[in-house]
Write a protein that binds this ligand. Sequence first.
Ligand SMILES: C[S@@+](CC[C@H](N)C(=O)[O-])C[C@H]1O[C@@H](n2cnc3c(N)ncnc32)[C@H](O)[C@@H]1O
Length: 165
Amino acid sequence: MPHQQSRLDLFIDRMVSQRACLDAAIAQTSGMAGPVFELGLGNGRTYHHMILRIQDRPVYVFERAVASHPDSTPPEDRLILGDVRETLPAALDRFGATASLIHADLGGHNREKNDAFARLVSPLIEPLLAEGGLMVSSDRMYFETLAEQPLPEGAVPGRCFIYRR
Ligand SMILES: C[S@@+](CC[C@H](N)C(=O)[O-])C[C@H]1O[C@@H](n2cnc3c(N)ncnc32)[C@H](O)[C@@H]1O
């Protein structure tokens, strides 16, 4: 009988999937000029990965309370501090539909809460993406106009999602 997936298994799948999806999405949007948005800084691991690989576009971070590794802390002018329920609508006024890539990893340990939050923020994220832009998320999102994309090699289905405008 196959083993039940442990929390360690799930964590590893999420990390491997995040990297595979981010690398694929960065490559696919590399010709685009619009900004990149990182929603949820946390420790800053995915932010650090992104700034090492994205040199042609500014990366803005949305976070309510910065507690990242010093190597992975964005400069003040690239930090959008506050609750995304307020900062995402404000970002639409500031940037319009220009984002080339949006990565969201806003969830915690509770799957139901993560799903409810994904439903809530989906309509706030959707209008920010430029034509051809990609959205990478650790949670399934609920978009009306974005199309779910096939996952790159190495990503684990259900652990990461990619959407395109
Ligand atoms: C799982 S961590 C992100 C981990 C990050 N991807 C990394 O690699 O280190 C989630 C982050 O989202 C932030 N967050 C959650 N809900 C938020 C909200 N409503 N507004 C702003 N930030 C939020 C939390 O403060 C936390 O830092």
